[in-house]
Design a protein around this ligand. Sequence first.
Ligand SMILES: [Mg+2]
Length: 214
Amino acid sequence: MTDERRPDPVVPDLLARPYWIFDMDGTLTEPVHDFAAIRAALGVPAGCDILGHLDTLPEGESRRLHGLLDEIEIELAGRAEASAGARRLVQALDRRGVRMGIVTRNTRQVALRVLEHIGVGSYFPAGSILGRHDALPKPEPDGILRLAASWGTTGRSAVMVGDYLFDLQCGRSAGALTVHVDRTRAFRWPQFTDLAVASLEELAELVERGISRE
Ligand SMILES: [Mg+2]
């Protein structure tokens, strides 16, 4: 044994679940969203939730700024990069027959572009991508519950992978197992996390080892 780490007891449960749902931005992709710059462009006060703030504005203004936000996100989509291990993980899950989906606060249109751009588009059919117009926003569990229902299952058969508190909270509320990906290794939300990894590379390795043990 070269790896002295004790096996994490949650891993077998994770590998037994046939539905995996991902956050997109900052999870499957490297974080390129400069949220401070986006807030400045849209006139959203520092520290405010961007979508939440836009929804408090008069309808016309809100619609105008949502349009501007869509433009910013489409521009960012062309610069998206896969996070380390993203393709390897998705391929390993695909080999296990896992069905995969996305719940994102981005739009489905932008998500399709980004996933294609980073080379994993073929693993995520359009119907398995729920954007901000398709479900109540995270931390609501709605997106996971909708995807699970569309697959004829429940959140208890799913794994939710994300880089932010809302991903973990929505996963937990839906009955999914939660994986927190945090390159800083600060792992700030252990109460909502079933497995913590520093990268998708690390997660891919666990999934691949799971295969080889069978
Ligand atoms: Mg994210």
